[in-house]
Design a binder for this molecule. Structure first.
Ligand SMILES: [Zn+2]
Length: 482
C-alpha cells in the first residue's frame, strides 16, 4: 500500500508520515485572532488543515486536533478598549461568527478550541520553566526570550539568524530588549489594558506563548503535526519551537505543514492590511453558494501553491459542484452499504471505479494532492457518463460508481446526494400527515403541490402514503408560478 507522505517544512522534503502513537494523530493548527471576521485567505488555510484531517481519518487514524482562538492580542485590546468592553464581551461576536463560517463551509470541527484568556496560568508556568532553564530575562516589567540562548533558532524558516532583523510584529514599545530579535513572553501592563496578576507581574502574555502552552497541554510535549499558513513560519512557529523545546528539552513537532497564500486577482497576497480581502459573508451576499466557496478554496490549487482568487474561480467551482450533483442523480437512488468497496468494476469500459478510487487515494497520499485527485475523478465521470448514455451501465456498475463518488465526497463534502432529496420528501410527507390529522387540508394540499413541483407524486393507500418520482411538470403557461 502506498504510504501517506507529507511535505515537512523542517526538512524541506516529503516524508512518510508515521505518528508517535500507532493509530492516533495529535495535531495542532493555529487558529484565528478573533478581532474581526476571518477572511477567506484564513479559510483557505483552515480548509487545507481540514483536508489533512479528513485524509488522516480516511486512512483510519484517530485524530486529536487542537485549534486555538487568539483572544488576547494588541488589536483586540485596542478595539475592546475603544468600545469600553472587556476582552470577552468584544471577542464573543467574532468567536460565534467564526463557528458559523466553519459550519457554512462544512469544515469539520477540531476536538478542542482552547482560548488564550483561559490558559494564562499554563502560559505563566511555561515561562517559569524557560526562566529556570536560562532562556529569559526581564526588562521594564516584561519577560523576553533570549534567542542567543537557543542555537537552533531559525531552523524551520531556514534562516541565518546572525543577520536577522527585527520581525514585523515587534512591538515598538519594547525598548528594553537586549537584542532586537528577542521576543516578548510576558508584557508588562500598560495603562488602560486588561491584565492578569501573576507571579511574573501584572500584565498579559505575548502572542507566541499561547500556542506552545496550549498545544502541549492538550497534546503532550511532542506533537505529530503542526500546521498553519506560510506567513506563520517566521517568527511565530520559530518562536513556538524555541519556547517549547527551551522548556522541555524534547522535540516539539515531528511534521510541520504550511499552506501557501490566497492571492487576489492581481497576484497580491490577500490580507487585512491591504484591505484586498473578502469574508465568507461577502461572498454569500454576492450570491455564491457555500459549496462553491468550499470547493474553490479546497481544490483550486495544491495547498503548497499560491491560489489566485477570482470570480472565474468561483464560477468554475460552482459548475464543478453542479456536475458532481448531476452525476449523483444520474447514478440513481441505489444506496450501496456504507464502506463497501466498489464491486464489479472489471466489465466497465473506460476507467473502472476501483481503479479511479486507487488513483484518487494515491494522489491524496502524495502530499494531499487534491487537484490531481479531482482530475482523476472528472476523467472518470466523463467516461462513465458516456457508458450511462449508451445504456450499458449495469446496476452493479452504477453502485460501484456511486461508492466511488461517496468515497470522494468524504473528502470534498460538496455533493448533494439524491437521498438528501429523499429525506426532504419524507419530512414533507410527515408534515402533510400532521396537517391532515388536524384537518388542515389547505396546508396538506400545499405540500402535495410542493412535492409535485419537485417531481414527486403521492399516493395515499390504506398502509400509508407512498411516493414515486414522476417527470417534472412543465412550466405553467400563465407564468409566474408560486
Ligand atoms: Zn500559533
Amino acid at each position: 500500500m502506498t504510504p501517506l507522505r507529507l511535505h515537512n517544512t523542517m526538512s524541506g522534503q516529503a516524508e512518510e508520515f508515521v505518528p508517535i502513537e500507532p493509530g492516533h494523530v495529535r495535531m495542532y493548527t493555529c487558529g484565528p485572532t478573533v478581532h474581526d471576521y476571518s477572511h477567506i485567505g484564513n479559510f483557505r488555510t483552515f480548509l487545507f488543515e481540514e483536508l489533512l484531517r479528513r485524509v488522516l481519518l480516511q486512512q483510519g487514524y484517530r485524530v486529536t486536533q487542537v485549534m486555538n482562538l487568539t483572544d488576547v492580542e494588541d488589536r483586540i485590546i485596542k478595539k475592546a478598549g475603544e468600545r469600553g468592553q472587556t476582552i470577552d464581551e468584544f471577542t464573543e461576536q467574532y468567536v460565534e461568527a467564526f463557528f458559523e463560517d466553519l459550519d457554512m463551509l462544512r469544515i469539520q470541527r477540531a476536538e478542542h478550541y482552547p482560548r488564550a484568556t483561559q490558559h494564562i496560568f499554563e502560559m505563566v508556568s511555561l515561562i517559569e520553566r524557560l526562566t529556570e532553564n536560562g532562556h529569559t530575562y526581564v526588562a521594564d516589567g516584561s519577560t523576553y526570550f533570549r534567542i542567543s540562548s537557543f542555537p537552533r533558532y531559525g531552523a524551520l524558516a531556514h534562516l541565518d539568524v546572525s543577520g536577522l532583523k527585527a520581525g514585523a510584529r515587534v512591538d515598538v514599545d519594547e525598548y528594553g530588549k537586549d537584542d532586537p530579535r528577542d521576543f516578548a513572553l510576558w508584557k508588562a501592563r500598560k495603562p488602560g489594558e486588561q491584565s492578569w496578576e501573576t507571579p511574573l507581574g501584572v500584565g498579559r502574555p505575548g502572542w507566541h506563548i499561547e500556542c506552545s502552552a496550549m498545544s502541549m497541554q492538550y497534546l503532550g510535549e511532542t506533537l505529530d503535526i503542526h500546521a498553519g499558513g506560510v506567513d506563520l513560519i517566521f517568527p511565530h512557529h520559530e518562536d513556538e519551537i524555541a519556547q517549547s523545546e527551551g522548556a522541555t528539552g524534547k522535540p516539539f513537532v515531528r511534521y510541520w505543514l504550511h499552506a501557501q497564500h490566497l492571492q487576489d486577482s492581481t497576484g497580491e497576497k490577500m490580507s487585512k492590511r491591504l484591505k484586498n480581502f473578502s469574508t465568507v459573508r461577502d461572498l454569500l451576499a454576492e450570491g455564491y453558494t457555500p459549496r462553491a466557496i468550499r470547493y474553490a478554496l479546497l481544490t483550486g490549487a495544491h495547498y503548497r501553491s499560491p491560489l489566485a482568487f477570482s470570480p472565474e474561480l468561483l464560477k468554475a467551482a460552482d459548475s464543478a459542484v453542479k456536475r458532481l450533483d448531476e452525476f449523483a442523480v444520474r447514478l440513481g437512488p441505489m444506496t450501496p452499504h456504507p464502506g463497501t468497496p466498489p464491486q464489479g468494476g472489471r466489465e466497465i469500459q473506460g476507467i473502472p471505479p476501483t481503479e479511479v478510487l486507487q488513483r484518487w487515494d494515491d494522489a491524496l497520499k502524495d502530499d494531499l494532492n487534491l487537484p490531481a485527485a479531482i482530475g482523476h475523478l472528472f476523467e472518470f465521470i466523463k467516461t462513465f457518463n458516456a457508458r450511462l448514455e449508451s445504456g450499458k451501465a449495469t446496476p452493479a456498475e452504477r453502485a460501484a460508481a456511486m461508492a466511488m463518488l461517496r468515497h470522494a465526497n468524504r473528502i470534498l463534502d460538496v455533493i448533494e446526494f439524491p437521498e438528501a432529496v429523499d429525506a426532504e420528501v419524507e419530512k414533507l410527507i410527515a408534515e402533510r400527515q400532521a396537517a391532515r390529522d388536524r384537518r388542515d387540508f389547505a396546508r396538506s394540499d400545499e405540500i402535495r403541490q410542493q412535492l409535485l413541483r419537485m417531481g414527486i407524486q403521492l399516493d395515499d393507500t390504506k398502509d400509508g402514503t407512498r411516493w414515486k418520482r414522476v417527470p417534472l411538470p412543465s412550466p405553467s403557461p400563465r407564468g409566474g408560478g408560486s
